[in-house]
Design a protein around this ligand. Structure first.
Ligand code: GDP
Length: 448
């Protein structure tokens, strides 16, 4: 197994969690306590900020005890998968591509403190864009350090892109404007503008950045941060975003012995994605930030992940086939009903599911609470049914005595029980209709 050195400690810390579950048959509230403690410790040691760790651990715990075991998958393997998926989510889910404006040159403004690797990133970025077939120009906007201008010129030559310089006597916003004009004349695709960094955040730097930003109207404003600074990186991204408004971050020095905190926290803390990562001093060492690959690297358990995914697929398929058979034969019963409602619960709380559906975000918290309450009421009533009643809802439909008993045993009203029974029959009809539509859509028949 190839393991990223940079996350070595985190990987080892997480391993302790899986190991504690070896030999267990299911995931329970009890047996997950120790492993979750290991996960929490491993993340904190990787310098992930405490609120982020708390939310992460909560999300993993909720899922671990809410999810039924997938056939053939051991609890420790399932936990690996849950942690993986949450890590990917934590880091922003999808890869966040650079945005190219049009028409005219796309402007990428780079900001960052001194020594984080900003000048290096300028040249790496030019090299990266050149490989994508885009023409590129660098603009030297760091007027306080003649050495920085010199360095940019050297690196530009190295990767074969023009560098616009105007010495140290011109205002950065002016240099930026001139550089952009020059790029327009030369029909350059992308202009990357370097700016001055400071050892620490100060007002002069922020004011200057704001001015340069106003002058350029850039498509991307990227903050270059050093991965070695751990959760401080996430705090910096947040501050720069509030002050000047940025579109994302570039994380450098991931090849060093960074513990991972920066990569894990930036998106969650600042709301801004990491778009690119630098992992070396060579000009080729810049690449897009792939949350899924990064999670995979951290866990170092690619084979377990693909195994669990396959098992999930198989189970989904079997469940779907089973359900289809039942619907076709109108045998959809309360057990299926329960399975379905629990499947919804498995996806996380109703509010989270609703939050993921576009256009549903406007549902009020009160409505969500109602929906969740309804699920609980239904569950209570179904649990009060005998196995026979669950399989043959007709028994309840025909017998007020049975309905009364279910109502009493579940602490609900007879009316609620009647409603539930009615709902089940409605669902049967709706599903049959739906199947009819699907069938006639895919296989036109001569009858009807
Ligand atoms: P700036 O002050 O932000 O412009 O930083 P520089 O671009 O001058 O880089 C500072 C130092 O960090 C230089 O020695 C670079 O070679 C080094 N550096 C930059 N990016 C990386 C990286 O991804 N990995 C490693 N190992 N070193 C890097």
């Amino acid at each position: 197994v190839v393991r990223a050195e940079m996350f070595g400690q985190l990987t080892t810390g997480l391993e302790a969690a899986w190991n504690k579950l070896k030999g267990e048959e299911v995931l329970t509230k009890e047996n997950i306590v120790e492993p979750m403690r290991d996960i929490r410790r491993a993340l904190l040691e990787a310098d992930v900020s405490l609120p982020v760790v708390r939310r992460f651990v909560q999300a993993v715990t909720d899922q671990a005890v809410g999810v039924g075991l997938i056939r053939g998958v051991r609890p420790d393997q399932q936990l690996v998968k849950i942690v993986n998926d949450e890590l990917v989510k934590l880091m922003g889910g999808e890869v966040s591509e650079l945005v190219f404006g049009k028409p005219g040159p796309t402007v990428i403004l780079l900001a960052g403190l001194q020594g984080v690797g900003k000048t290096t990133v300028c040249a790496k970025l030019a090299n990266y864009l050149k490989k994508q077939g885009k023409s590129c120009m660098l603009v030297a906007g760091d007027v306080y350090r003649p050495a920085a201008i010199e360095q940019l010129a050297i690196l530009g030559k190295k990767v074969g892109v023009p560098v616009y310089t105007a010495g140290t006597d011109v205002k950065p916003s002016e240099i930026a404007k001139q550089g952009l004009e020059e790029a327009k004349k030369k029909k350059i695709d992308v202009v990357v503008v370097d700016t001055a960094g400071r050892l620490q955040i100060d007002k002069a730097m922020m004011d200057e950045l704001k001015e340069v930003k106003r002058a350029l109207n850039p498509t991307e404003v990227l903050l270059v941060v050093d991965a070695m600074t751990g959760q401080e990186a996430a705090a910096l991204v947040t501050t720069f975003n509030l002050e000047i408004g940025i579109t994302g971050a570039i994380l450098t020095k991931l090849d060093g012995d960074s513990r991972g905190g920066a990569a894990l926290s930036v998106k969650e803390v600042s709301g801004k994605p990491i778009k690119l990562v630098g992992r070396g001093e060579r000009m080729e060492d810049l690449e897009p930030f792939y949350p899924d690959r990064m999670a995979g690297r951290i866990l170092g358990m690619g084979d377990v992940l693909s195994f669990v995914e396959k098992a999930q697929e198989v189970m989904k398929q079997e469940d779907a086939e089973e359900l289809q058979k039942k619907i076709m034969s109108a045998k959809f019963d309360f057990n299926d009903f329960l399975k379905q409602t629990r499947a919804v619960a498995q996806m996380g709380s109703v509010s989270r599911v609703i939050g993921m559906i576009p256009g549903m975000a406007k549902v009020t918290p009160a409505q969500i609470r109602d929906a969740e309450k309804n699920l609980k009421i239904m569950e209570a009533m179904i649990e009060a049914m005998t196995p026979e009643e669950r399989e043959k809802p007709e028994l309840l439909a025909e017998s007020p005595v049975r309905r009364k008993r279910v109502a009493q045993d579940s602490g609900k009203t007879e009316q609620q029980v009647s409603q539930l029974v009615g709902q089940l029959f409605q669902m049967r009809v709706r599903m049959k209709n739906l199947m009819g539509v699907m069938e006639s859509g895919s296989m036109p028949t001569l009858s009807n």
